[in-house]
Design a protein around this ligand. Structure first.
Ligand SMILES: Cc1cc2nc3c(=O)[nH]c(=O)nc-3n(C[C@H](O)[C@H](O)[C@H](O)COP(=O)(O)OP(=O)(O)OC[C@H]3O[C@@H](n4cnc5c(N)ncnc54)[C@H](O)[C@@H]3O)c2cc1C
Length: 437
């Protein structure tokens, strides 16, 4: 067993976390990554005059993210984790309201809603926060459950915009209530990051893995995974083939179905049936501060051309970014949406005029620079009774494992759960290798 060689496809948080446990158990590990850096969706970049990296897609940790914070503790780097308390606001009738505390939410409700609405809002919030039982909630859509229990007015003001923003109108009758339960049950208002940004953590983690003997091959897209004799699997890459005793893929489900054509049709069909949304994020650096808040939730019907405006430098100081004030304009969309085809300049032309809705003093000459990031696989869509649809981590093809965001459930995907699933799949590989001896 000590000589078994494990291949991992993807140097995202799941792949790196799996590599960590496998290497510490004495296995030989090679990580094959298509991109030129580690980190996957959590990766960051740096403008020449910045000291810190910035996540390509806005990222923070919750204080309840025990898997990733536990991993960082194990590595001895907890002193590098920062947890400020930035503010989230919701747009309602032309104004922004901070609703990320029960007191603020109650003040807002008292001002805008009736007493019965307030009581229902409070009871629903307390119930979802306290009940550990998500299983009955996955049998019904979030739309139907919230309409019934929170009431039409509260639902239409607070919850419907969130669901439509994340999944689109077309998925309102799809997404189950366990997804919304998970968000309300586990999330905290204190939000965290790593000194230097997520990429600083990911690069340090990758260096630590190299120190444990893990080989990380960047710029190495995997083209196919095939069954072979002994060792059991061959992985074809643009730079040649590798033979492995076991392979863990952390790609999207659709890509996994294409990469491994020998997977039995039932498992491949299961992979193909999993739905997800893509994400488009335009990052704009500004000469001046735009707002007083970190996160702005924007209802689609209010005419904003994106779902969220995130002023990162109200979370982490602009001094880390050469004095730039950084805003993300982000949206979750189907990959066939026109935002996946428009150029950065075309999106800027659509988004920049909207910034004056956040600050009437805004002028287009505040814009210093912009960066555009898009991914077709950003957010799994969990339908009713989703627990029955989740493909097992161990595929029917001997030695081949699959661990993706789409198998994270009922929790909403995130780096915390990427650590959990990565370590879980590593545990399975170790267990199966032991039983093979
Ligand atoms: C807009 C947005 C906002 C988010 N916000 C947060 C947040 O605030 N907090 C949080 O914790 N999480 C957040 N997340 C989620 C978080 O980024 C993911 O849950 C996590 O990074 C997933 O890690 P992973 O390793 O499972 O997958 P990925 O990060 O997708 O990693 C998969 C890796 O596999 C590589 N790969 C794919 N195919 C191949 C191939 N054929 N050959 C070789 N390599 C391949 C990819 O390049 C990638 O590096 C956000 C995600 C998005 C999109």
């Amino acid at each position: 067993m000590a000589t078994a060689h494990i291949g991992i496809i993807g140097a995202g948080v799941a792949g790196l976390s799996a590599a960590y446990d496998l290497a510490r158990n004495g296995l030989r590990v090679t990580v094959l990554e298509a991109a030129d850096q580690v980190g996957g969706l959590a990766a960051g970049f740096k403008a020449p005059h910045w000291d810190w990296t910035l996540e390509k897609f806005y990222h923070h940790w919750f204080a309840s993210d025990r898997h990733i914070l536990g991993l960082i503790r194990e590595l001895g780097w907890s002193d590098q984790v920062l947890f400020p308390r930035p503010y989230t606001v919701v747009y309602y009738q032309g104004k922004f309201y901070p609703l990320d505390s029960y007191t603020e939410a109650a003040r807002f409700m008292l001002r805008h809603f009736s007493l019965p609405d307030l009581v229902r809002f409070g009871l629903v919030g307390v119930y979802l926060r306290l009940t550990p039982r998500w299983q009955p909630l996955e049998r019904v859509t979030a739309d139907a459950w919230m309409r019934k229990w929170a009431g039409e007015r509260v639902y239409n003001t607070l919850w419907r915009p969130l669901l439509v923003g994340k999944f689109g109108e077309e998925n309102l009758n799809v997404v189950n209530m366990a997804w919304l339960w998970a968000r309300l049950h586990a999330r905290t208002t204190r939000l965290g990051t790593f000194v230097g940004g997520f990429q600083a953590f990911l690069d340090r983690f990758a260096d630590h893995l190299r120190g444990l003997g893990v080989q990380i091959c960047l710029n190495t897209p995997v083209l196919a995974i095939r069954r072979s004799g002994s060792p059991r699997l061959t992985v074809e890459t643009s730079a040649g083939a590798h033979a492995f005793d076991a392979v863990i893929s952390t790609s999207s489900p659709a890509l996994m179905a294409r990469l491994a054509p020998e997977l039995p049709e039932s498992y491949a069909a299961n992979l193909r049936a999993l739905k997800s949304m893509g994400a488009v994020v335009l990052i704009i650096s500004l000469k001046h501060r735009l707002t007083d808040y970190y996160w702005h939730n924007l209802p689609k019907e209010a005419g904003f051309p994106f779902l969220a405006l995130v002023e990162h430098t109200n979370f982490m100081s602009p001094e880390h970014y050469g004095g730039d004030h950084i805003v993300y304009c982000g949206d979750y969309l189907n990959p066939d949406h026109e935002y996946f085809r428009l150029s950065k300049e075309e999106l800027l032309a659509r988004f920049v005029p909207t910034l004056s809705r956040f600050n009437p003093a805004f002028q287009p000459d505040w814009v210093k620079d912009a960066w555009l990031f898009r991914t077709p696989y950003a957010q799994p869509v969990p339908p009713v009774n989703h627990s029955r649809n989740i493909p097992p981590l161990r595929t029917p093809l001997s030695g081949l494992y699959f661990a993706s965001m789409s198998q994270v459930y009922p929790w909403d995907r995130g780096t915390n759960f990427a650590v959990e699933i990565g370590r879980k799949v590593a545990g399975l590989v170790i267990e199966n290798l032991r039983s093979d001896v």
